[in-house]
Design a protein around this ligand. Structure first.
Ligand code: UDX
Length: 440
């Protein structure tokens, strides 16, 4: 099939590349000419394992192209995926839909043939219905244009695998127009459906809510275990053992029960805020008021880690050298949007520490976002003369650190495990003072 993908961020590039990998002819569109040029040359503007290889492969096959021209897009295909960002509005909790609206407003006047616009971006419930009216009003094809929603659940770091082997597909279809958009989407994903990927077909509002609810649930699960970590800290219990024991209960499950520095990134924090804000607009804000607590438990973890490092340094950060290992919001990503690691690094600097940060992939993005921090080019460089070492992102190379090898670099053998990813017994037996979160 011929398909277009609007927006070439994490979601859009991955989706465009994977659609081409599934055998479709794909045109990726963005207003950022530099990004389009880069992609056309086979370079991915961010780090995502396996993506660049598939980009090159599909560019070479001729199935994948990139352009800034909306006219080309409207001419090329009749099924258009919407993958632009929905960031948090400045100074508000609600989602900023200006990018979504801009794509629709620019594309609609060019739609002279019947077409389907399929939203993948995470949007407040009701957006698809609003866009339907908007696009039909502006498109020469009028009622011939349909809007459907096909939410995306991919995780950064596993984006390719999550797109080519998703847990489920969800199609939101206009209630009084069942048929054509569903058929088109079934054709797009035929190969996944024949492999047995579960499919849920529903109305537009439900499909939008599936995504918001999924992220709210994941965030709640993380904040739940972090709240329990606070109790563990007050009692001397160990949250990691507790999480293992909880996880054996199939109704609970072990995933997303890792206590630590909490969640960050470009999705969970802004999505739970937008969801709660939308509930307020709908007059049901009480239903999601717990998400404010989820958010504040999460933010408390960052302050807790700053306090823990200060304690580990003898009570104050003033004049202390602190190594921060990890800047990305999670491993296998160079994304530093709302990264707990960088946030904590910044706070410790404000408390008077000399902070040296190292991350295997996120150095350039970190420097852009936080130019005043000091950056090292290796783990040992960051740890030079450190009074405390903080592991803030659980990259494999930090998990595998050998305390004996780090001995000669640091000034004091003090490690704070912000992700509970190290084995305390290994560090303690090598003579280090180990601090975890929610554990003795
Ligand atoms: C998330 C959702 O998982 C995905 O389905 C959605 O499409 C986008 O948002 P992502 O932002 O890539 O994906 O990251 P995810 O793996 O969910 O982790 C989010 C944050 O939670 C990270 O900062 C991570 O370190 C943290 N986390 C995760 C925990 O603190 N504890 C856990 O047990 C799991």
């Amino acid at each position: 099939m011929r398909l277009t993908v609007f927006g070439t961020g994490y979601l859009g590039v991955t989706h465009a590349v994977c659609l081409a990998e599934l055998g479709h002819e794909v045109l990726g569109i963005d207003i950022d000419a530099a990004k389009i040029e880069m992609l056309g040359e086979g370079r991915v503007p961010f780090y995502e394992p396996g993506l660049e290889h598939l980009l090159l492969k599909n560019l070479e096959s001729g199935r994948l192209r990139f352009s800034t021209s909306y006219a080309d897009a409207a001419e090329f295909a009749d099924l258009h995926f919407l993958c632009v960002g929905t960031p948090q509005k400045r100074g508000e909790n609600a989602a900023d839909l200006s990018h979504v609206d801009a794509v629709v407003d620019t594309l609609a006047p060019l739609l002279t043939r019947p077409a389907v616009i399929v939203g993948k971006s995470t949007v407040p419930v009701g957006t698809a219905a609003r866009l339907t009216v908007r696009v039909r009003g502006a498109a020469p094809a009028g009622e011939g244009v349909e809007v459907a929603w096909n939410p995306e659940f991919l995780r950064e770091g596993f984006a390719v695998a999550d797109t080519l082997r998703p847990d489920r597909l969800v199609f939101g279809i206009e209630r009084d127009r069942p048929g054509s958009a569903e058929g088109a989407l079934r054709d797009v994903y035929t190969s996944l459906l024949t492999q047995g990927v579960p499919l849920v077909v529903t109305d537009l509002a439900t499909s939008e809510l599936v995504k918001s609810s999924a992220n709210a649930f994941l965030a709640t699960k993380i904040s739940f275990i972090n709240a329990i970590a606070e109790i563990c800290e007050a009692t001397g219990a160990d949250v990691t053992v507790l999480a293992d024991a909880l996880g054996y209960d199939a109704r609970i499950g072990r995933s997303f029960l890792n206590a630590g520095l909490g969640f960050g990134g470009g999705c969970l924090p802004k999505d739970i805020r937008a969801f709660a804000a939308r509930a307020g607009e709908l007059g049901v804000d009480q239903a999601l008021s717990f998400l404010r607590e989820v958010d504040s438990i999460n933010m408390r973890r960052r302050t807790k880690v700053v306090e823990l490092v200060a304690e580990a340094c003898g009570g104050s950060l003033l004049g202390m050298n602190v190594a921060v290992l990890g800047a990305a919001f999670k491993p296998e990503s160079d994304d530093v949007r709302d990264s707990p690691a960088l946030n904590v690094a910044g706070m410790m600097q404000l408390h008077g520490a000399a902070v040296s940060v190292y991350d295997p992939k996120a150095m350039a993005n970190s420097r852009n976002l936080f130019p005043t921090l000091e950056y090292a080019t290796s783990t040992s460089g960051a740890c030079k003369n450190a009074d405390a070492v903080l592991v803030a992102t659980e990259w494999a190379e930090f998990v595998a650190l050998d305390p004996v090898e780090l001995d000669s670099a640091v000034r004091a053998r003090v490690i704070v495990d912000g992700r509970n990813c190290l084995d305390p017994s290994v560090w303690r037996s090598a003579g280090w003072i180990y601090h975890g979160l929610g554990r003795r």
